[in-house]
Design a protein around this ligand. Structure first.
Ligand SMILES: O=C1O[C@H](COP(=O)(O)O)[C@@H](O)[C@H](O)[C@H]1O
Length: 260
């Protein structure tokens, strides 16, 4: 697991634009090296802000969208097309505007249809979908994601791993159903920390003063059960992308000067 690196931008708009530019480069490089790229999306304000910035970036045309695999780190367990579903919001922010291959887009299951309210069964099905896409040679249970994006909640939750709930303690399964989440809706589906840590790079996004306490706690040696964001690390890189307001409580020694 890699130690966190912190990059601080002036404000949330610049943070989203810089993160979008960084993601475009990462996808283009992965496609050049391996033919395709895989990215895990997050929900929330900062994740959707990044997608909207990506949609507005002229350089988005450098990406071959048909050779991109998209997964989700978590989902609010709601009916298909519900406006609060992370999948619906990602479609609105970016996905409907680019030429993705529908076979390569892997939303987490909805609460209606096949799983009719059974978040645990939905989690099992998503784990099986991930395992089917993993590289058998490595005995991996999830694909080797190039970048896994995570928003950070004001309570330090990432994906739908909330402090002290059973999901953040999971060490075996790659995807779990979550019940009793303190943030609505209470029922969710989430990757676990072992699945998150299988990613090459994990990027955590936090902007705004309501995130400052969470950022300080997670980057000050807190345990992952109490502060799930502290346990989100990538194999090759762990990057915290912040704005000044979210970084306000961090010791200056942790990061270089903010961009203008
Ligand atoms: O509910 C969720 O919240 C987190 C953080 O969202 P934010 O709006 O506080 O940035 C998000 O990362 C997660 O995917 C989502 O389901």
């Amino acid at each position: 697991m890699t130690p966190p690196q912190v990059v601080v931008h002036r404000d949330k708009e610049l943070m989203a634009q810089a993160a979008a530019a960084r993601l475009i480069t990462k996808i283009v490089d992965a496609q050049a090296a391996r033919g395709s790229a895989s990215v895990v999306l997050t929900g929330g304000r900062n994740g959707n802000g990044l997608l909207a910035a990506l949609a507005a970036a002229p350089a988005r045309d450098a990406v071959d969208w048909s050779r991109l695999d998209l997964w989700w780190g978590d989902e609010r367990f709601l009916p298909d097309g519900h406006p609060e579903r992370n999948h619906t919001q990602a479609r609105e922010a970016l996905l409907d505007a680019v030429g993705l291959d529908p076979a390569r887009v892997h939303p987490m299951p909805a609460s209606d249809g096949r799983f009719s309210g059974d978040a645990e069964a939905a989690a099992e099905a998503y784990a099986a979908e991930l395992a089917a896409a993993a590289e058998p040679a490595n005995h991996a249970r999830v694909p080797s994601f190039d970048v896994l994006l995570l928003g950070v909640g004001p309570d330090t939750h990432v994906a739908s791993l909330f402090p002290e709930l059973p999901a953040v303690r999971e060490t075996e399964r790659t995807v779990v159903g979550v019940r009793g989440a303190p943030k609505p809706p209470p029922t969710r589906v989430s990757l676990t920390l072992p699945a998150i840590r299988a990613a090459r790079e994990v990027w955590l996004l936090a902007a705004g003063e309501d995130k400052a306490r969470a950022v300080t706690i997670a980057l000050s040696g807190a345990g992952e059960i109490q502060a799930p964001a502290a346990g989100a690390r990538g194999r090759a890189r762990t990057l915290w992308l912040l704005d000044r307001a979210a970084a306000a409580g961090l010791p200056r020694a942790l990061y270089p000067p903010a961009s203008p």
